[in-house]
Design a protein around this ligand. Sequence first.
Ligand SMILES: [Zn+2]
Length: 93
Amino acid sequence: MSKKYNREEVIKALEGKGANLPCHRCGRESFTVIDGFSRYHLSDDLDANVLGGQGVPIVLIACSNCGAITPHAALALVKREQEINKEGGENGK
Ligand SMILES: [Zn+2]
């Protein structure tokens, strides 16, 4: 089952986990959420051209001042639909 990007869910998760400290490069406190999932591609071959295949879905947050981009593993921030259904069934939410 696919999981669509949800900006509000990402922001809420970042705040809930305390991932809201000032920029690690310039120290400013204004950030931009880059909408949409990106991906770090994985390969066991140093010279591989790795479009497609295995990857780690990520969410990118950019400093509004210096543009430093910080990646967060998407699965630490958003829940897949089956996880939501599972929680709902067990916890009665
Ligand atoms: Zn910065």
